[in-house]
Write a protein that binds this ligand. Structure first.
Ligand SMILES: Cc1cc2nc3c(=O)[nH]c(=O)nc-3n(C[C@H](O)[C@H](O)[C@H](O)COP(=O)(O)OP(=O)(O)OC[C@H]3O[C@@H](n4cnc5c(N)ncnc54)[C@H](O)[C@@H]3O)c2cc1C
Length: 338
């Protein structure tokens, strides 16, 4: 294991921000982690666990050690009448893991096809798309405690999953390195095509009998047509979360803005489309140097080339302020600001 100094992170974050890490190392085993942290210099400095870098915005160089996760391996732990229990190391690429499940007919993750990043980051914000979230099929995870260097197991409720939330983003922030995640996947699939776009795409694909392969393909087609590819334009997907408001506030807004996009939640509140609020505030397609708001997706901030992380951050701040002023709603960033 070689610890690199002043290492460029430009190719390791999907925004393509030109930041550097004071120290940088890749780990491929838990022993590797222990070895690095046994050096006082590294045990005492700031640490950043890096997966695919697809949910991060570097606003400055990282003054500490970046630990890049290269833990690999997928294993069918056990099965019973209804489920497969599949454990995957945290450094596996999420989409490749989903493809592995689909190939083996382990159902449940097909709606989450093509989300960038690694498996290890998936519980961090309970990744979700097209009517599904990992919490629906999450069984447990193992994580290395940076403080006492033990491995702990967290079940579904201990992770405190919520909308783009988990205990690892809140109370336990920066305390654990997630090393593996086990999913409980269905033997008899329950197809989730409730998102209108999936139904439409399946029709366009001329699918007569729905299966998990077709749903995954449909989701990939939709995502490719809607979202900017980070290999072409730097971005980290949705920059903000969709805000939740009480029903009264939604109804009040609807009087002045009849086309406002929102859907009612089980708790009676309404989730509003942050992209709609941003677009109505006039930001869609705006550019400031190389930083901008995507021309088709107002929720996606982009780096057209050499934008600095703090230029993108400043733009996000202006968007927050203008949405607050126009609608009285405080947006929250989904992307982790470093
Ligand atoms: C084009 C595009 C589309 C996207 N679409 C979606 C979507 O539909 N739904 C969705 O939920 N997200 C989406 N995202 C966001 C992103 O893909 C996910 O959040 C993904 O899980 C991030 O994985 P990563 O490995 O890249 O994490 P990173 O960006 O490397 O890290 C994200 C955070 O997790 C921490 N972390 C990473 N790995 C570990 C670990 N093993 N242990 C402890 N902490 C860790 C990091 O320190 C950081 O705080 C999208 C991003 C892009 C670029």
């Amino acid at each position: 294991m070689k610890v690199l100094e002043n290492h460029s992170l430009k190719k390791l974050n999907t925004f393509g921000i030109d930041a550097a890490a004071k120290y940088f190392v890749e780990f491929a085993s838990i022993d590797n982690i222990k070895e690095i942290l046994s050096e006082r210099k590294f045990s005492t400095c700031n640490k950043l666990i890096l997966g695919g870098g697809s949910n991060l915005l570097f606003t400055k160089n990282f003054d500490g050690i970046v630990l890049k996760n290269e833990l690999k391996g997928i294993e069918l732990l056990k099965e019973d009448a209804d489920f497969y229990y599949v454990r995957t190391a945290a450094g596996e690429v999420w989409h490749e893991f989903v493809m592995h499940c689909i190939k083996n007919n382990y159902a449940g993750l097909e709606n989450l096809s093509l989300i960038p990043g690694n498996v290890g980051a998936s519980p961090m914000q309970n990744i979700g798309a097209y009517g599904a979230e990992i919490k629906d099929h999450f069984y447990e995870l193992e994580a290395f405690h940076i403080g006492d260097k033990t491995i702990r197991t967290f079940n579904n409720s201990q992770c405190k999953f919520g909308y783009r939330e988990s205990v690892f983003k809140r109370e336990l922030k920066d305390q654990f390195i997630i090393t593996s995640v086990t999913f409980k996947l269905l033997k008899n699939p329950k197809f989730n095509t409730s998102y209108g776009a999936i139904e439409k795409e399946l029709e366009a694909m001329n699918i007569k009998e729905v299966n998990i392969q077709a749903i995954s393909k449909a989701v990939c087609n939709i995502r490719r047509s809607k979202l900017p590819n980070p290999a072409e334009i730097g971005n980290a997907g949705s920059f903000f979360k969709n805000p939740e408001v009480v029903k009264g506030k939604y109804e009040f807004l609807k009087i002045n803005y009849p086309t406002i996009v929102g859907y009612e939640l089980e708790n009676g509140n309404v989730k509003l489309a942050a992209g709609w609020l941003i677009e109505q505030s006039g930001w869609k397609g705006k550019t400031f140097g190389d930083a901008g708001v995507h021309k088709l997706q107002a929720l996606v901030l982009v780096n057209y080339g050499n934008a600095k992380g703090n230029e993108i951050f400043d733009l996000s701040q202006k968007i927050l302020e203008s949405v607050k002023e126009k609608f009285g709603i405080e947006l929250e960033r989904e992307v982790n600001i470093i």
